[in-house]
Design a binder for this molecule. Structure first.
Ligand code: UDX
Length: 444
């Protein structure tokens, strides 16, 4: 059935999309240079924490629609369309590292040299405007000895999936963006997606290559801006007695022009995308001699926001020295074990700097957190264990299991019943009556 797919780079984006193709009975080949990762996948184990991914992997392996290898040439030979889904990490100056994507382009180019039948290359990795045309295309052409648009085709197809709901987002996107080198390239990719989504095909927008590249950055920057905006209003609320950011955000969200999404005030955004993409967009703008002041403000606000948790803690405890602080949640958001740019990191480092003893618990990220904090903090095996004898609790990541905790759970376990709600999951009236309680965006 349909086109045969190969996906180069088996991180969140690559593995999830490769398995979704396989699930819909497309022949799908995953390629990665990391032998250990490939072996893990072949054995039916998911190398990343993502709900339902493990089951889907086993089903697709059993059905024979998905296989995995370290051999790029074979994957190109045995597929019609290759997706490039490798990471594009940030460099210290904010711009991005194209090492992996260049390497994959070389590998695909070399394979194309040997191939006589049709092939389409699709860049899915996030890259600054101009990269696909000016950097990827020449590598493909040099190593294949062939011409783009004549002998092979090229598209950029940014993805918008979120960790923790990566499969759902891959199967139910709001839109598909196809940046095309020429009409034929776009026609083939559009045909693939129409075959994949059938009657559920979302709006497909076709653009030139740099427009599609910039759409990805603009979308992530806008969502990051929404978060920094609502956190700014939250900080104003805190200084305004009787005012609560959750009511304000709820009513703002009822305005369809604003929408309720990404209006949850808290300790700021983390993860592998927003911080990196914002930095990359700022670096790209500066290269064009334009200073994007709004984007810089979004970033600055996000840098300072986590320290609000420490300030609220100090307001209620005065001195942090030798106090036991319980951190509930370490991952950058719920339903992931990912600690990249997690807001728990600056919070814990600041608490340690001020002489506090920190104990932390997370349902999934403890192992990854140990690489970061080593033996500087204690690791608890449950929420109850974490808050035991603590002087203050700080809710950092809004996992479902923390939402079930009652004021009595805190009172019975803690030394002092002091709680900071960094993600606004507790009812301030109920908790405020029984505990010393402070929260982001809660005027007191
Ligand atoms: C994001 C984009 O949503 C996705 O489209 C893109 O492809 C990759 O980056 P992800 O990083 O997985 O996805 O997480 P997301 O759910 O968007 O959350 C990012 C951060 O923003 C988290 O730290 C989260 O806690 C924070 N956030 C989100 C808020 O603080 N408030 C909100 O209202 C929403």
């Amino acid at each position: 059935m349909g086109y045969k797919i190969s996906s180069f780079g088996l991180g969140y984006v690559g593995l999830c999309s490769a398995l979704c193709f396989a699930d819909k009975n497309f022949t799908s080949i995953g390629v990665d240079i990391d032998q250990e990762k490939v072996q893990t996948i072949i054995e039916g184990r998911s190398p990343i924490y993502e709900p339902s991914l493990h089951t889907l992997l086993q089903e697709c392996l059993d059905r024979g629609t998905f296989r995995c290898s370290t051999n790029p040439c074979e994957a190109v030979m045995e597929s019609d369309i290759s997706f490039i889904t490798v990471g594009t990490p940030g460099l210290p100056n904010g711009s991005i590292d194209l090492t992996y994507i260049r390497q994959v382009a070389r590998d695909i180019g070399k394979a194309l040299k040997e191939k006589s039948s049709y092939h389409l290359v699709v860049v899915k990795s996030t890259v600054p405007p101009g990269t696909t045309e000016k950097k990827i295309k020449p590598i493909l052409e040099t190593h294949s000895g062939k011409r783009c648009g004549t002998d092979f085709d090229l598209c950029i197809n940014p993805e918008f999936l979120r960790e923790g709901s990566a499969l759902h987002d891959t199967l139910n996107p709001d839109r598909i963006v196809i940046g095309e080198y020429d009409k034929k390239s776009g026609d083939i990719l559009e045909a693939l997606y129409r075959d994949f989504y059938k009657e559920k095909t979302p709006p497909i927008v076709r653009t030139n290559l740099p427009t599609a590249e910039l759409i990805k950055y603009a979308s992530n920057a806008f969502l990051a801006a929404k978060i920094s905006f609502i956190n700014t209003i939250a900080n104003i609320c805190e200084k305004t007695p009787g005012v609560d950011i959750t009511t304000i955000a709820k009513v703002m969200g009822l305005d369809r022009r604003i929408s309720p999404h990404f209006l949850n005030a808290g300790l700021g955004y983390g993860g592998s995308c927003f911080p990196k993409d914002l930095k990359a967009l700022i670096a790209y703008s500066k290269k064009l001699s334009y200073t994007p002041e709004l984007l810089q403000a979004v970033e600055n606000i996000n840098e300072t926001q986590p320290y609000k948790a420490v300030l609220l803690c100090k307001n209620l405890l005065s001195d942090l020295k030798n106090k036991k602080i319980a951190i509930l949640g370490l991952a950058f958001k719920p339903n992931t074990d990912d600690m990249r740019e997690a807001r728990s990191i600056p919070i814990i480092n600041q608490l340690l700097k001020e002489g506090a003893n920190v104990t932390a618990y997370d349902p999934a990220a403890l192992e990854n957190a140990k690489f970061i904090f080593k033996n500087k903090i204690e690791y608890a095996s449950s929420a109850a264990d974490c808050i035991k004898n603590a002087d203050c609790g700080i809710l950092v990541t809004e996992w479902k299991e923390f939402k079930k905790l009652t004021p009595e759970d805190f009172i019975q376990n803690m030394k002092q019943s002091i709680l900071i709600d960094g993600r606004r999951i507790y009812n301030p009236e109920e908790f405020g009556k029984k505990l010393k309680f402070a929260a982001i965006g809660l005027g007191s």
